[in-house]
Design a binder for this molecule. Structure first.
Ligand code: ZN
Ligand code: ZN
Length: 352
């Protein structure tokens, strides 16, 4: 098969790799039909994720059709259309038993796909613990409608909205209108905030943010906007969806006394926590990776039409055009890219 392989030192190639094979009786082999590129993938290429070895197939967001399952797999069957979760879970370890699937301590649990193990930017992929690591796609939904449930929509919901304990009627600020920030805004609606304010420097991204948020403002105007909207009290919740010190600090400034800051962004550098100012504010700060236990809830919301993830797709490519897709995705200021959708050529045919 062909796959997008990380070669180390900023290099990648769409090249021939051995087909994945069953290694355990809880595995499944998937024929990928849709995949996307995540900011984490570009982070890996830049050398920012040391656990990823050269030679690894990238990608942790994808959908496809199951072509083979092991004897221990009971829920997932060949022919099922499925979403690959970005985290795999054994369902048995102490973390899984408490519902912290993202922290699964099994050697093949947690974030493996396109990280410690081969990912889904490929024609085929092996998925460990298929029963707990795949979500079946209901018949009427297309792959594009659900592929963002692999990671960003679920991450925005679990690490942003749920960890921040957003309540109906609250003022919620999301800093950053990239893919993860926009996803967070899309799913915030499920908790009916009174106001959803997007903060984003790029005008083109503010335009997309305005489809999900009530207001989309520049970082310079954020404080005045929040002050005006809340009578000077501050936001109940501020969500960091960039991964930079400045945006994290702005979250801490915009949040009200006793409010909540949820960090989703992936940071490459240390961040200063201004305890000299924050101690008296009594804010809560949360962070982490998703447990991926709400995929079914969000799937139902997409099915009902409450959420439309397809607004995130700005560019489309065939899977074998993935090098071009990376080029477009990694230069959003020039291309206006949010999510690039990769679709398998339907003429792939049988495995070779
Ligand atoms: Zn991701
Ligand atoms: Zn586990």
């Amino acid at each position: 098969m062909k796959a997008l392989v990380y070669q180390g030192n900023h290099a990648k190639a769409w090249e021939r790799m051995r087909d994945p094979t069953m290694q355990r009786d809880s595995d499944a082999i998937i024929q990928i039909d849709t995949a996307t590129i995540c900011g984490t993938d570009t982070h890996i290429l830049e050398g920012g994720v040391s656990l990823v070895q050269p030679g690894t197939i990238l990608g942790h967001e994808g959908t496809g059709t199951v072509i083979e399952v092991g004897s221990a797999t009971t829920r997932i069957k060949p022919g099922d259309r499925v979403i690959c979760k970005c985290v795999a879970s054994c369902g048995k370890c102490s973390f899984c038993r408490q519902g912290n699937f993202g922290m699964c301590s099994d050697p093949e649990g947690g974030w493996m796909l396109g990280g410690k193990a081969h990912g889904v930017q490929a024609e085929y992929a092996r998925i460990p613990y298929a029963d707990t690591s795949l979500i079946k796609i209901p018949e009427p939904l297309t792959s594009e409608q659900v592929v963002y449930l692999s990671d960003i929509m679920v991450t925005g919901f679990e690490v942003g909205i749920l960890r921040a304990r957003v309540q109906p009627g609250e003022t919620v600020v999301v800093i950053g209108a990239g893919p993860i920030g926009l996803s967070t805004m899309a799913v915030a609606r499920l908790y009916s905030p009174a106001r959803l304010i997007a903060v984003e420097p790029s005008e083109s991204r503010r335009r997309i943010a305005a489809k999900y948020a009530d207001m989309a403002v520049t970082p310079e105007n954020a404080q005045a906007t929040v002050d005006e909207a809340t009578g000077g009290v501050g936001a109940d919740v501020a969500i960091e969806a960039v991964g930079k010190a400045a945006t994290f600090e702005q979250c801490c400034q915009l949040v009200r006394v006793g409010g909540r800051v949820a960090n989703i962004g992936l940071h490459s550098h240390p961040v200063t926590l201004h305890m000299e100012e924050l101690w008296i504010k009594g804010i809560s700060i949360t962070m982490g990776i998703p447990d991926h236990r709400t995929g079914q809830v969000l799937l139902d919301a997409i099915l009902k039409g409450t959420i439309d993830p397809t607004l995130l797709t700005t560019h489309r490519f065939r899977m074998d055009e993935i090098i071009d897709a990376y080029e477009v995705f990694s230069k959003p200021a020039e291309s206006g890219a949010v999510k690039v959708l990769l679709t398998a050529d339907s003429t792939i045919g049988p495995r070779h």
